[in-house]
Design a protein around this ligand. Structure first.
Ligand SMILES: [Zn+2]
Length: 389
């Protein structure tokens, strides 16, 4: 009997809870967990934009909508913006997929498979959301084999002379062999472009591979870099512990002054005007210190994680070459470089730091005998890491 009774009780409870949820849905609010970029406001029981992450998530959504990013490239972008999972690791790809398909970001929300109108502040327009869904068709699966109609490098580079897109063309020879050629679209109306040379896909692939090679880190370099990072880690931890401790001391000193000030006012040792003036100054000082602390706790050792990630990624690039993963190499260059252009049949690109540094040290190593791991020649790399602290 007892079992029946408690079942009746829990069913009733469940019914009450569901009724509450349905009412919330009708009002456009839902007590679900806020998605990334928002937080659950506990008093109003609403979901509000998170000041620290809202713009960053928005930036990532806008980036993915361009169609220039794969899921892993977005994952990397999120990581570099400090959008990380609970453990500080990169956000899982499946979670990113959920973010990209969540109607919450344009103002609706999904509950039990049904989409309802929300009352929260949207992050993006429905139009951008639709663009993201389109981009997901092409870039949604990790490791895609080939580009549109098998034209691998379509949309990959621009013409170095006129700045218009490089397009691809399929040609079938009399022998029946199919060739892919790349050339300027000659779309400029104001400028006559002289880049009439057609580039064979095989030749472009060779150049892409060379470029990836330049920014890849050989196994022995990876190990040396990781080792160096490990020793940096100890130093950094020590000095950042000190930094945090000093900040905390400063904050408690200001707090103590604040409470003494209040005591003085309550004991009528201070006029109200004077009290408020001093209190506001101290409160502002305290807030500055607290922000400094939370900023540091968020970013402080983050660069170490970024650096480690970069080392592994640069090493991984070598595997793309070994596996002859053409679309992987292409995506990799898109994610780490910019201004990819073809001039006189030559592919050129700009690399962000620290990749750029690697192209230079890599070239030095090739000139002065390969296989030598000379970390001192990479001191710029560690300086860069320092400046990110
Ligand atoms: Zn051109």
């Amino acid at each position: 009997m007892k079992g029946v009774h408690s079942k009746y009780y829990t069913d009733n409870l469940r019914e009450n809870i569901l009724r509450g949820i349905r009412q919330k849905i009708r009002r456009g609010e839902l007590s679900a967990k806020a998605p990334l970029g928002y937080f659950n406001e506990p008093r109003l029981r609403t979901i509000e934009p998170n000041k620290k992450t809202f713009r960053k998530v928005k930036e990532c959504l806008e980036a993915f909508a361009t169609g220039q990013y794969t899921l892993t490239a977005i994952q990397r972008k999120m990581f570099s913006l400090g959008l990380v999972g609970k453990t500080g690791a990169p956000v899982h790809l499946s979670s990113i997929q959920k973010i990209l398909t969540n109607p919450f970001y344009y103002g609706d929300f999904r509950y039990r498979g049904e989409v309802h109108q929300g009352s929260h502040k949207p992050m993006i327009s429905k139009k951008l959301f639709d663009k993201i869904q389109e981009a997901l068709v092409v870039n949604g699966k990790p490791r895609k084999k080939r580009g549109e109609k098998g034209l691998l490098y379509k949309g990959f580079a621009i013409c170095g002379e006129c700045g218009y897109a490089i397009t691809a063309e399929r040609k079938i020879k009399k022998s029946g062999l199919v060739y892919h050629y790349y050339h300027c679209t000659f779309k400029s109306r104001t400028q006559k472009c002289s880049q009439t040379r057609f580039l064979r896909e095989e030749e472009l692939t060779r150049q892409v591979q060379d470029m990836v090679q330049k920014v890849s880190l050989p196994d022995e370099w990876r190990d040396a870099y990781l080792k160096k990072l490990e020793s940096e880690n100890v130093n950094v931890r020590h000095s950042s512990d000190l930094f945090v401790q000093n900040l905390k001391n400063d904050i408690s000193a200001v707090s103590a002054r604040l409470s003494r000030l209040t005591d003085a006012y309550l004991n009528e040792a201070l006029e109200l005007g004077e009290y408020l003036e001093r209190k506001n100054a101290l409160t502002a000082e305290k807030r500055t210190l607290e922000e400094k602390l939370s900023d540091f706790e968020r970013k402080g050792n983050h660069w170490l994680e970024l650096m480690r990630n970069w080392i592994l990624e640069a090493n991984q690039a070598g595997n793309l070459i070994k596996q002859e993963n053409l679309s992987g190499m292409k995506d990799f260059l898109v994610s780490i470089g910019s201004n990819r252009r073809v001039t006189a049949g030559m592919l050129l690109a700009e690399f962000k730091m620290p990749w750029r540094d690697l192209t230079e040290t890599g070239a030095r190593a090739r000139t002065f005998g390969a296989g030598e791991v000379n970390l001192s020649s990479n001191s710029e790399l560690w300086t860069l890491a320092d400046s990110n602290r």
